[in-house]
Write a protein that binds this ligand. Sequence first.
Ligand code: SF4
Ligand code: SF4
Length: 237
Amino acid sequence: MVSDDVRLFDVVEVTGQQDLPAGSFVSWLRDTRRALATQHGADVPCGECNACCRSSYFIHITPEETEALAHIPKDLLFAAPGRPEGNVIMGFDEEGCCPMLIDDKCSIYEHRPLTCRNYDCRIFPAAGISAGDEDKDLITQHLSRWKFDYSDEHGSMQHSAVQAAAKFLREHAGSFAGEVPSNATQLAILAIRVHQVFLNFDDDGTGFVPSIAEIVTAVKAAWEAGDKPDASVGCHQ
Ligand code: SF4
Ligand code: SF4
């Protein structure tokens, strides 16, 4: 089941904070899908924001990330549950802050884990959901500032398709044998990966309205084609 904590995106006006240009939705979606496939990190114009470093995330680090591991004190790292030996996680303090966040800045920025490099909170407004439960409210409160540009052809259609995918997955989680993630990050990533199913239905133009069972089948086919979520991808867990 999808957690009740994965709420529809609450639009919150943050007094005194300005809109942030999120870029062309078409370009962002293309780059995000590529980043998810290649794990080459996301280019997020975060400015002074560090909300995701203060939001009670466990940071997964693989044994191959020798640079990151060399810059994090060993006593902050713990074996990652359910992962092969050598995989570790870094936790957070009683206020939800990453221990490497010092004076409001990442003290190992040049050497930060891939998990941090991959994190892009624009996936949540893209999918139309909050960043998670209450310990992610710092991020959710900031999401309404992102403004996508829809001047590229099909931009608004693509965004609607990602949001439709997230909504469908939430509402019909029971049709997927427990495979729909309960984690907001993974749900948003899955919606991005299978959104084309919903784009195709929207694009049909013949008046054909697919049944729920047909949509479930199409989404499962997208998963079988390699679009299944990888729990190791995409950011803080
Ligand atoms: S919450 Fe979003 S904008 Fe803020 S630091 Fe994290 S990725 Fe950047
Ligand atoms: S390692 Fe740096 S970027 Fe990653 S969560 Fe901690 S402070 Fe933030």
